[in-house]
Design a binder for this molecule. Structure first.
Ligand SMILES: Cc1ncc(COP(=O)(O)O)c(C=O)c1O
Length: 391
């Protein structure tokens, strides 16, 4: 299940060689990649704009960018938004700019691409400080001791391995107290989690407008980065920040100045996705939540440990013996279940295992198949027992 060639898809079923498998490795959380309304929206955009603009954004941006930035700003309730091709490019260009010659504080479990941006910042004169995952006390001590001219705190929103979200309110408070910028990568939360309301259709909240709104926070001292390549199934990403910062990025961020832009089809599926999100998004999120809850309940029944205790659709299952990861992968493959394997040294030995992702496009039958397979796996292999959950 590494470096596989997918020969064909049928809904969320995929064919690898002559084997059909249910795909639980997709990050298309809302199922927009397969949504007929979104697919049908693309051809008119291609007719109007061709396949690819090819100008860097500095040179010229199709008006579609303006529409997307305005709609994202309004959905998120953010001060302003800049669209760039990928989150990786945003981290690599924006983290060094914001850290300048100050200090960048990085959560030890932050995504690898944040680290890459932070390491680049150190080459330009910034100091890198790491703090233990979600450890506000350690972060506070580092902030107190810091004498740097600029302070940037980098964390993930919904974590790509554990499926849990940080206490954003507490991080934001700390950032404001220490005049720092809190830089949050919510690649996995955007489109899934959103503002909490009395009439919400699921505990994910409403509108999928990301972690800042989910936490009931303002954007003061917060820069939000997220991508459209997961929940929105489109090759693009964005940074929500004050207008002044957006202006700075338009003159100083290499991906705005020099990179090729997102393909027109991706701009089209973003706009169509925003439309679908407006009228069907909350129903899709309720369905996604129900499917995820079925799997989490089954793990509880089977006594299998997962670090996921916030209910978001990323479910990591560490195995008992790291050296069995190959055999576990083969077992899942033979049972027609496709997941993401997390092998050593990509993760520490104690966390070697696999990650399941649910999407609204997975059928109930596929979820049944997954649950049956997890039961059989627990009979054949040592998985970590659920008691570890509290650890
Ligand atoms: C948390 C997180 N940040 C960033 C990325 C990279 O995103 P992009 O493909 O837009 O560069 C990923 C992709 O898996 C991710 O999970």
């Amino acid at each position: 299940m590494i470096d596989a060639v997918i020969d064909e898809i049928d809904g969320r079923m995929i064919r690898v060689g002559d084997k059909w498998l249910a795909d639980f490795a997709s990050c298309n959380y809302l199922g927009f990649d397969l949504d007929p309304e979104i697919i049908a929206a693309v051809p008119p955009y291609l007719e109007a704009w061709g396949t690819h603009p090819s100008w860097s954004r500095l040179l010229g941006s199709p008006a579609l960018y303006e529409q997307i930035e305005e709609r994202l700003t309004s959905l998120l309730g953010a001060p302003d938004t800049l669209v760039l091709p990928t989150i990786t490019l945003i981290h690599l260009s924006v983290i060094p700019l914001l850290a300048a010659s100050g200090t960048v504080f990085v959560d030890r479990r932050a995504h690898k691409t944040i680290y890459e941006g932070a390491e680049l910042a150190t080459l330009r004169g910034a100091t890198l400080q790491r703090f233990a995952h979600d450890n506000l006390d350690e972060l506070e001590a580092l902030l107190r001791a810091d004498r740097g001219s600029a302070r940037l705190i980098c964390i993930d929103g919904v974590n790509s391995m554990t499926g849990n979200a940080p206490d954003l309110k507490a991080f934001a408070k700390l950032a404001r107290e220490h005049e720092a910028i809190l830089y949050v990568d919510d690649a996995h939360g955007f489109g899934v989690m959103g503002e909490r309301r009395a009439d919400e259709t699921s505990p994910y909240g409403m509108r999928g407008n990301s972690i800042v709104r989910y936490a009931g926070e303002t954007y003061d001292n917060i820069v939000l980065v997220a991508g459209l390549s997961k929940a929105y199934s489109s090759l693009a990403a964005f940074i929500s920040c004050p207008t002044e910062m957006k202006r700075l990025l338009k003159t100083a961020a290499p991906p705005y100045l020099y990179s090729g832009p997102s393909p027109v089809a991706s701009l089209a599926t973003t706009i169509a996705g925003l439309d679908v999100n407006d009228h069907r998004g909350d129903a899709l999120r309720a369905d996604l939540h129900a499917k995820t809850a079925r799997v989490l309940d089954a793990l509880d029944r089977l006594g299998i440990h997962t670090p996921n205790h916030h209910g978001f659709p990323i479910i990591e299952i560490p195995i008992g013996h790291a050296e069995q990861i190959g055999a576990v992968g083969e077992f899942l493959f033979d049972h027609g279940v496709y997941v993401t394997l997390a092998a050593y040294p990509l993760v520490p030995r104690s966390e070697v295992g696999f990650r399941i992702q649910l999407t609204a496009a997975n059928t109930d039958g596929e979820v049944d198949q997954l649950i049956d397979t997890l039961g059989a796996l627990a009979n054949g292999f040592d998985l970590q027992p659920a008691e570890r959950k509290a650890a």
